[in-house]
Design a protein around this ligand. Structure first.
Ligand SMILES: [Zn+2]
Length: 91
């Protein structure tokens, strides 16, 4: 019985590793349908271990003289302000 459970866990190891990825459903399908061919299992495993795609995060340049960002909420407070206008924390 232990061997059966252990074998199922090994078979679905790629799906378990990639369960939090964006392609988790596709990894599971490849693992389920093509895992019995050893090549399909390795493809699913490599896919599950591969890094996530690069997500572009926009970066905006803000002049330093225009103000300061609150370390609590990230709101830009005007230059010379001592407290954040959004959360009230000292900046
Ligand atoms: Zn704030």
């Amino acid at each position: 019985m232990f061997f059966v459970i252990f074998s199922i866990l090994i078979y679905f190891l790629p799906a378990l590793i990639g369960r939090h990825k964006a392609d988790a459903g596709a990894i599971f399908i490849v693992n389920l349908l093509f895992g019995w061919t050893v090549i399909g299992w390795f493809i699913a495993l490599i896919w599950a271990c591969a890094a996530e795609r690069y997500v572009h995060v926009p970066v905006y340049a803000v002049p330093v003289s225009s103000g300061r960002f609150c370390s609590q909420c990230g709101t830009l407070s005007p230059y010379g302000a001592h407290f954040c206008a959004a959360c009230g924390r000292a900046v």
